[in-house]
Structure formats: C-alpha cells, structure tokens
Ligand binder design. Structure first.
Ligand code: NAD
Length: 270
C-alpha cells in the first residue's frame, strides 16, 4: 500500500467490514480490562481483541454493553485455546455466554494444535447458525495454511500472527494476503518485554522526530501501510488514545524501506 490515505476499515473475504486498528487486552485483568475497553470505545476504537486464554471476556463484554456505542459499530474478536479444541461446541457457547454481546464478530483458533480442524468445523457450523460472524486463525504460517485449508470449507477471513519491525514476516504476509486472507499483527509494538527496545530504536526514533510523532505511532503506521490490521495492547488511556492517531501522517517509501530493513526474524514469544 502506498503512503496515500488508508481506509479505516478493511472488507474481509466474506464481505464483512472490520476496523483496521483496535485494542488488544492480553494481560489486562478484570477492572483494568473493563476500564481500558470502555475508554477505548469512548475514544473511537471499534475493534477489541480478547481470548479465552486472557480470562477477561466477561469484562470486555460488560464494557461493550455499557459503552453506549451501538453494538453493530463494534467488532470483537475472541479465540479458542487448544485445550478447548476437543469439545469445540461447548467452548464456542462459553465464549458467547461470557461476552454476552450477541453474535461474536470473529472467532480464531489461538494456535495450531490437536483437533484444530475439528474445532474449526464446529466454528463453521456456528457461523451458519449465526453465533459467529467471521472465522480466522492465529499463529498459522502460510505453510500451515497450505496443509489446513483442504481440511475445512470456509476460508478464514483473517490470520493473526506475531508481526513487528524486528519480525516483519515479509514473505509470509505477502503469501497470506495473496490468498485473500487479511493479516493482523500481534505484538505490533514488539510486545511487553521488548517494547522499550523497539520504541528506542534509532531508525524508528529518527523517523518519528522527522514527523513530530511518537515512535509507537510510526511503528503502527508502518503496519497499516503494509496493509495489516493492528491491535496494540495497553491499559494506559494516553497510549490507547495515541494508538488511534494513525491516519494524519504518512511514511514515505524510503521510510517504509528503512523500517522494513530492521527485520531480523526475532520472535518475542513462543
Ligand atoms: P504490544 O506490542 O501491543 O505492546 C504492548 C506494550 O506496549 C505494553 O507494554 C503497552 O503498555 C505498551 N504500549 C502500548 N501503546 C504504547 C504507546 N503508544 N507508547 C508506549 N508504549 C505503549 O504487545 P501486546 O499488548 O502484548 O500485544 C497486542 C495484542 O495482541 C494483545 O493485547 C493481544 O490482544 C494480542 N496477542 C495475541 C497473541 C496470539 O497468540 N494470538 C499473542 C500475544 C498478543
């Protein structure tokens, strides 16, 4: 994508529209999560990413219900953990019950694992029944997709993988996008432990200074200009608000290339 205007929504392969930037709520516990989601929704964020594993689906659901924002303007993603794949119908029902916001906008399988195709096929049934609006996968490489797609009927709308300047996944992102599947980056700022290193990166800081914006905004804008969807995590109102300010400046092709060149295949998690 060029450094022209970036639409704030992506149309998925199933025709459903989803916001291009959102809030991730990994490691935000109970009231912190509730307050963060409520603040985000009050400040224009319309995409929330949670998971069974995060233990905060109830708080996300309550914040959505109490936000005053029309439900159909909000896009909520949750995920089934591999230890739920053997009994997927119960797991889907549990997610719907905990969130309690009507149809779940997107359900992902959190990681590949035993019974993942079985769980996905149960998700396909829930999609047909209207419990889910869209389906996706997380932590699936393009090679994993190649093996998985023949086992299922509904092509995933989205894949959510670890992507940031030190782990840019250039080849895999291009291949997955070519399949018509949207790509979303988790750890878009490099994750909790490594964030300070990335936000202090000399190349990123020089670009940030040239635009008069923060390093976080530069990194998130780099994701958007690559055609990705981002879900930076934070419980800090200032950061949540800052992470929405991604549409009023643009990186040049040369700046994009400079950040692209920081890639060193450095995973910051499993
Ligand atoms: P991140 O890369 O989004 O970085 C978060 C860190 O950056 C936090 O410490 C936060 O306080 C800080 N931060 C956020 N905005 C900032 C700003 N503007 N300036 C300075 N610091 C800022 O890492 P994350 O939150 O762990 O990941 C994002 C989301 O991705 C998670 O919340 C979760 O929803 C998702 N996720 C998914 C998986 C998966 O396996 N599918 C794994 C990890 C995370």
């Amino acid at each position: 994508m060029k450094n022209t205007e970036i639409p704030k929504f992506v149309t998925l392969n199933c025709g459903v529209r989803m916001p291009r930037n959102g809030l991730g709520v990994y490691e935000l516990e109970r009231d912190t999560c509730f307050r963060a989601v409520k603040f985000a929704l009050a400040n224009g964020v319309r995409l929330i990413d949670t998971a069974h594993y995060y233990g905060n689906e109830r708080e996300v659901g309550r914040a959505i219900r109490e936000s005053g924002v029309p439900r159909d303007e909000i896009f909520v993603i949750t995920k089934l953990y591999p230890n739920q794949f053997a009994a997927p119908e119960a797991a889907i029902a549990e997610a719907a019950e905990k969130l309690n916001v009507g149809a779940i906008d997107m359900l992902l399988l959190h990681h590949p694992g035993r019974n993942d195709a079985k769980a996905y096929r149960a998700m396909e049934k829930a999609l047909a029944a209207g419990t889910l609006r869209t389906l996706g996968l997380s932590n699936w490489t393009d090679a994993d997709l190649e093996k998985f797609l023949p086992k299922i009927s509904v092509v995933p709308a989205l894949v959510q993988n670890e992507i940031h300047p030190y782990n840019a996944e250039h080849a895999d992102v291009a291949k997955i996008l070519r399949r018509g599947i949207a790509v979303q980056g988790w750890y878009p700022l490099g994750g909790r432990e490594e964030r300070k290193k990335m936000l202090g990166d000399a190349t990123i800081c020089a670009i940030a200074a040239a635009h008069g914006v923060s390093a976080a905004r530069v990194i998130l804008r780099w994701h958007l200009q690559r055609g990705l969807i981002v879900i930076p995590g934070s419980g800090d109102p200032e950061h949540i608000a800052e992470n929405t300010q991604l549409y009023d400046f643009a990186l040049s092709d040369a700046e994009m290339a400079q950040i692209d060149a920081l890639d060193r295949d450095e995973n910051h998690d499993w």
